[in-house]
Design a protein around this ligand. Structure first.
Ligand SMILES: Nc1nc2c(c(=O)[nH]1)N[C@H]1C(S)=C(S)[C@@H](COP(=O)(O)OP(=O)(O)OC[C@H]3O[C@@H](n4cnc5c(=O)[nH]c(N)nc54)[C@H](O)[C@@H]3O)O[C@H]1N2
Ligand SMILES: Nc1nc2c(c(=O)[nH]1)N[C@H]1C(S)=C(S)[C@@H](COP(=O)(O)OP(=O)(O)OC[C@H]3O[C@@H](n4cnc5c(=O)[nH]c(N)nc54)[C@H](O)[C@@H]3O)O[C@H]1N2
Ligand code: SF4
Ligand SMILES: [Mo]
Length: 754
């Protein structure tokens, strides 16, 4: 007779780095997760349910995936070849301890690096624990920036004096017009429930316009109008909108006079040359070119009439919000859209008011609520590099200087020799120019040792010397909080015992710390639960209503409630407080940027700069199509690429306009080769008018799967992207590339890696 064990329901969470974080309820029977459900609390306007999406709901398919890493591995073949043998944790940790001692002894702590990695956003993640340990051992080479929005944050800092420029989402309902500019929250969320707030605004009567080369899911769900635009040309559209606002008297001059620097000649700072204001640039006083809608049409592909109507609409309705995603800034000169859209917001006086907007949709936090703290880490090494330039640090080592973005010193004092790639796939797959990165990593005379912790043998893990099998959220306790917008905290309860030989980060790093003689300093005599308890105690000190540890744990979620929406820069605009820039104004003209003396790439005012590999690059003779990526609903970056459930829901395919397909005799259902000088990939095509002519769009995050000729067989976008950073922020430009596309009629190579 079959015994039926009672089903228990344990609160835990999905903490993928999609910007959201959602409630998961794990149903367990006989020690096995049999079902996942989600938030069943009442859905209240000031505390909406945190319902999981398809990805989170299929987390069970990750936990019990047949390819889960089961035990530690040690490389035996050439690096990157993917040949490993099974070893014990004891062997793995003594090898790692030995490598840490050797590298610190030979090269110094500055030779140890952690690439960007967002796979585990818990408070006790592998990255948090290992940074704490290495801090106790003298430190490691740090990084600044991220892969998400660094061109944007630099642009915002130079304009507003801070990157925390966003109002809270509850305020969207007060906007009469919302322009979603390269923003696709129906797929990317940017915080659980962002589409819900847009829906509320729509129901309250807001008109919604989407500006994107693709007719996105967001456009399908919400848009009254879709304006397709050529990638990299957003500033030309912004400049032409500004032209119409100026010439038709739609500028809020009183706002600019009070709050802005350098919009017009009368408000230029001392020392700025005559003719250098934004208005002079737009009207063509300085260069003889008026930035008219007709001028912008030729660049952007947006008809002049459409631009005229858009400008009249944005200048004629108040309050109106421009909500930009990060798509427009993950490009060559990505700092410019950040500053250009801020200038339009200032020109219409939509900053600091309810229903308006400032800057792009930020996630760095708008100052509320007090967040749950993290594991204390102190890094004695002060040197750091831009996150996106770690392969440059590998390639040129101590020749890397402030010119390549080194901070905290003039130059690197050691080459990168030991890498800890923990819960990340940006060692290879998510970083630009995979073929170049693979060549650099394969060279054992450069990086001497690579440790990877993951749940799967990802393309990055294949380049490891030691692979450590990681637990999933369901196998450990932790706390997670979302990007800025979600006013809540989640407790992830352990649901099942760790599978196979997978170990929790706090557990194996404590073990490693012991081997390196700093066990007590690392743990301070505390268990993982003790640390989580101390974080909750501190959160309670700062926010009296935060529940006690056991109560929080039992419930699994705490939702903060706020009586009013947060309006960014209200204190400055209504209260007369200065903006946190050196001049106290919104710096449309930035004296700090002017002082850099590189006006061609880093202008003092925002402006359209034709991109490398953009629509006017002569390289288009060989590679005529602009290729962009996007963050796809069926994956979180590369996570779930190996999930058959999600592949069935949303396959990996390239979008191509019917006109471009017809020119190349490509039909629906064909397989196509997408290629440029850096690489080639083969994947199925979706012939669709949902992408504008001249653009091919490939969802980013597929696992690199090269055949023996180096041609990727999966559609892993970074075989085509370039390791070329933006000029100011040193940020990634992974949406900027030119390609050619052809149909694949038969198997066989057409491309070889350099
Ligand atoms: N499902 C899912 N959600 C995610 C993630 C994920 O991997 N999967 N990742 C999360 C992370 S870490 C991040 S940083 C964010 C990323 O969020 P974003 O960077 O905003 O997302 P993208 O999809 O790259 O770009 C947004 C839109 O910009 C468009 N776009 C591209 N180039 C241009 C351009 O030149 N001009 C204009 N106007 N539009 C352009 C794209 O077609 C896309 O629809 O998403 C987060 N959310
Ligand atoms: N072409 C192109 N490339 C891009 C982007 C783009 O738009 N276009 N976007 C960029 C952006 S915005 C970002 S944020 C980066 C993201 O880059 P990454 O942070 O590297 O993203 P993921 O692919 O999600 O890698 C996370 C890894 O962690 C593993 N993992 C998950 N949970 C755990 C855990 O609990 N423990 C351990 N040890 N491992 C775990 C997963 O299996 C996965 O391999 O990608 C960037 N790359
Ligand atoms: S992937 Fe993001 S939106 Fe989906 S369940 Fe997880 S945290 Fe929520
Ligand atoms: Mo990101």
């Amino acid at each position: 007779m079959r015994t039926v064990t009672e089903e228990r329901i344990i609160p835990t969470a999905c903490a993928h780095n999609c910007g959201g974080r959602c409630v998961l309820m794990a149903h367990v029977s006989s020690g096995r997760i049999v079902k996942i459900t989600t938030d069943a609390d009442p859905d209240e306007p000031d505390a909406p349910q945190l319902r999981a999406c398809l990805r989170g709901r299929s987390y069970r398919s990750r936990v019990y995936h047949p390819d889960r890493l089961q035990h530690p591995l040690k490389r035996i073949g050439r690096r990157g070849e993917g040949k490993f043998v099974r070893i014990t944790w004891d062997e793995a940790l003594s090898e790692i301890a030995g490598q840490i001692r050797r590298v610190i002894g030979t090269y110094g702590n500055e030779a140890i690096f952690f690439p960007y990695a967002t796979g585990n956003s818990g408070r006790l993640s592998e990255g948090a624990c290992m940074r704490r340990l290495l801090g106790l051992l003298g430190g490691y080479l740090g990084y600044y920036n991220n892969y998400s929005n660094s061109a944007n944050t630099w642009g915002l800092n130079y304009t507003f004096g801070t990157e925390n420029t966003a109002s809270s989402r509850e305020d969207l309902v007060n906007a009469k017009l919302i322009i979603l500019w390269g923003f696709n929250p129906a797929e990317t969320y940017f915080g659980t429930n962002t589409p819900y707030y847009i829906q509320r605004a729509k129901e309250a009567g807001a008109k919604i316009i989407v500006i994107d080369p693709r007719y996105t899911d967001t456009a399908v769900a919400f848009a009254d109008q879709w304006i397709p635009i050529r990638p990299t040309t957003d500033n030309a559209l912004a400049d032409a909108i500004a032209y119409v606002l100026i010439t038709e008297g739609l500028v809020d001059q009183a706002f600019l006079d009070r709050h802005a620097l350098g919009f017009d000649e009368a408000h230029l700072p001392n020392g700025a040359p005559a003719g250098s204001s934004y208005k002079s640039y737009v009207l063509g006083t300085a260069d003889g070119i008026s930035k008219t809608p007709a001028w912008a049409e030729a660049i952007t592909g947006v008809p002049a009439q459409t631009i005229l109507h858009l400008a009249r609409e944005y200048g004629g309705v108040k309050p109106a919000a421009i909500i930009a995603g990060y798509g427009p800034q993950r490009h060559a000169y990505g700092e410019q859209p950040s500053r250009g859209l801020a200038t339009l917001q200032a020109m219409t006086g939509n900053i600091g008011i309810s229903g308006g907007s400032a800057g792009a949709f930020g996630w760095s936090g708008y100052g509320r609520p007090p967040r749950v703290g993290s594991l204390p880490v102190t890094n004695p090494v002060k040197l750091s590099i831009p996150a996106f330039r770690f392969t440059d640090a590998i390639e040129i080592g101590t020749a890397m200087t402030t010119a390549e973005g080194v901070q905290g010193g003039e130059r690197l004092t050691a080459p990168v020799k030991l890498i800890f790639n923990l819960a990340g796939n940006a060692l290879l797959n998510q970083h630009a120019d995979i073929n170049r990165t693979a060549r650099l990593l394969a060279d054992e005379s450069k990086v001497e040792f690579i440790v990877v912790s993951d749940q799967f043998l990802t393309p990055s893990a294949r380049f490891a010397d030691i692979v450590l099998p990681a637990t999933t959220w369901f196998e450990r306790n932790d706390i997670a909080t979302p990007w800025a917008f979600g006013d809540y905290a989640l407790f992830l309860n352990q649901v099942i015992e760790p599978l196979y030989e997978a170990r929790n980060p706090y557990d194996w790093v404590s073990d490693l710390a012991g081997r390196l003689g700093v066990g007590d300093a690392f743990t301070e005599g505390r268990s993982d639960l003790d640390w989580l308890r101390s974080m909750v105690d501190a959160a309670r000190q700062a926010w009296g209503e935060f529940p006690a540890f056991e109560e929080f744990r039992a419930k699994g979620v705490y939702k903060y409630r706020h009586p009013e929406p947060f309006i960014a820069f209200q204190e400055q605009v209504a209260g007369g407080k200065p903006f946190p820039t050196p001049s106290g104004k919104i710096e449309i003209y930035s004296p700090r940027l002017a002082a850099m003396g590189r006006p061609g790439e880093i202008p003092a005012i925002p402006r359209y700069i034709p991109a490398w590999e953009g629509p006017s690059d002569p390289l288009r003779a060989r590679y005529p199509l602009q290729c962009i990526g996007w963050h796809y609903k069926r994956r979180c970056h590369s996570i779930y690429d190996n999930s058959p459930w999600l592949e069935e829901a949303d396959p990996q395919e390239a979008w191509l306009n019917p006109a471009d397909a017809a020119k190349r005799r490509i039909k629906a259902g064909d397989r196509i080769r997408v290629f440029n000088d850096r690489g080639a990939m083969i994947l199925p095509v979706r012939v669709t008018p949902r992408v504008m002519p001249g653009v091919v769009a490939v969802p980013q995050g597929a696992w690199w799967t090269p055949d023996k000729h180096g041609v990727d067989q999966r559609g892993s976008l970074n075989v085509l992207t370039a390791q070329r950073p933006t000029p100011l922020a040193h940020a990634n430009t992974q949406h900027t590339m030119l390609v050619q596309v052809e149909v694949v009629r038969r198997a066989g190579p057409a491309w070889f890696p350099r």
